[in-house]
Design a protein around this ligand. Structure first.
Ligand code: SAM
Ligand code: SF4
Length: 333
């Protein structure tokens, strides 16, 4: 079967699957605080549908999956889905991105089901600030989730920290210390202008060069590191003598589109070739028809753009395509 290669020669072997657009939190960079409209549950892809889409993808060379959302752990029976996905021939790696609130209860079952890796979102180590950023939920639950993931044997455990100017930039040193002392990989992520995030984004965008300045200012001897397992776009760093490490994900100041190997499946059944643009293909029309599903994957390769233009947006430049109006919680990050 012909592999998934786009017009720019990029081979695709990675599918990110959003299993729900619902979430128990309302992070200020991702969702509005009130009035979010969610996909009706009958319009959300069932686990059977997701398995069908992945089976066809695997026959075309998709080998890595990431389960995301919304918050994936609010969807019942996720361990059952993971067990089914891990049985699909060709699937070699399944990861999860979660806000961690429900992880303590589920970590063991997820590991037993075949989940290989976990990323936990954590933007602050301060309980009051957690409430400010996430608007709901408790930091202590996320911290319990991290401990439970370690106890269940997940390794590496990555923490996703979106840096926000004037909100958590004063915690960069604390996060570096955490990565120094614990076997955790802290990924600092640039705030992206997706969906409704625009106003907050102009106020809070912070380029990640700040992290390196602070690491040096704190006296760490830092050097570039070979990529931590499963890292796509991360630019990884080590601190001499540290137990953990850190990474920089800078989609805006230094975009990594030339190495993009990923497709995204939204909870309402659309295959997105690029996170940023509006273009997407409805997989529901191809359910039950593997040939039609294959055609959709190839079509996604044909329409995939060369890159996003978030930097142009930051500079108020002209864009060549139409940006998506979907929120990050609908796309899955
Ligand atoms: N609810 C899960 C979580 O928070 O980990 C999974 C879904 S969330 C959309 C996936 C990742 O996207 C999270 O690490 C989150 O911090 C990140 N994210 C959401 N909105 C973002 C934005 N505007 N810019 C950068 N990262 C964002
Ligand atoms: Fe929910 Fe994750 Fe978005 Fe926060 S980043 S609102 S936890 S989907």
């Amino acid at each position: 079967m012909q592999e998934l290669k786009d017009r720019y020669g990029r081979k695709h072997d990675y599918l990110r699957i959003s299993v729900t657009d619902r979430c128990n939190l309302r992070c200020l960079y991702c969702m509005p605080e009130e009035g979010v409209e969610f996909t009706e549950s009958e319009n959300v892809l069932s686990y059977d549908d997701i398995v069908q889409v992945v089976k066809v993808g695997a026959s075309l060379g998709i080998s890595k999956l990431r389960i995301t959302g919304g918050e994936p752990l609010i969807r019942p029976g996720l361990d059952g889905l993971i067990a089914r996905l891990s049985d699909i021939p060709g699937i070699t790696d399944i990861a999860l991105t979660t806000n961690g609130i429900f992880l303590a209860k589920q970590a063991k079952a997820l590991k037993a089901a075949g989940l290989n890796r976990v990323n936990i979102s954590l933007d602050t180590l301060d309980a009051a600030r957690f409430r400010f950023i996430a608007r709901r939920g408790d930091l202590s639950r996320v911290l319990e989730g991290i401990e439970a993931a370690a106890a269940a044997g997940f390794d590496p455990i990555k923490l996703n920290c979106v840096l926000l100017k004037g909100v958590n930039e004063d915690e960069i040193a604390k996060f570096l210390k955490l990565a120094y002392e614990r076997p955790l990989h802290v990924r600092f992520i640039e705030y992206m202008p997706i969906g409704h995030a625009d106003d907050n984004w102009r106020k809070h965008y912070l380029p990640l060069s700040r992290v390196l300045e602070i690491a040096e200012g704190e006296g760490y001897a830092i050097s570039r590191k070979d990529s931590v397992k499963g890292n796509g776009p991360s630019d990884d760093w080590q601190m001499e003598g540290a137990t953990g490490s850190f990474g920089l994900i800078h989609p805006i100041s230094d975009h990594f589109c030339s190495n993009c190997n990923r497709l995204r499946l939204t909870a309402d059944g659309n295959l997105k070739p690029c996170l940023y643009w509006v273009d997407e293909l409805n997989v529901k029309e191809a359910l039950g028809d593997p040939d039609a599903m294959r055609h959709l994957y190839y079509r996604a390769m044909d329409i995939k753009p060369e890159n996003h233009e978030m930097a142009a947006k930051l500079a108020d430049g002209d864009l060549t395509h139409v940006p998506t109006e979907r929120r990050m919680s609908q796309i899955g990050g």
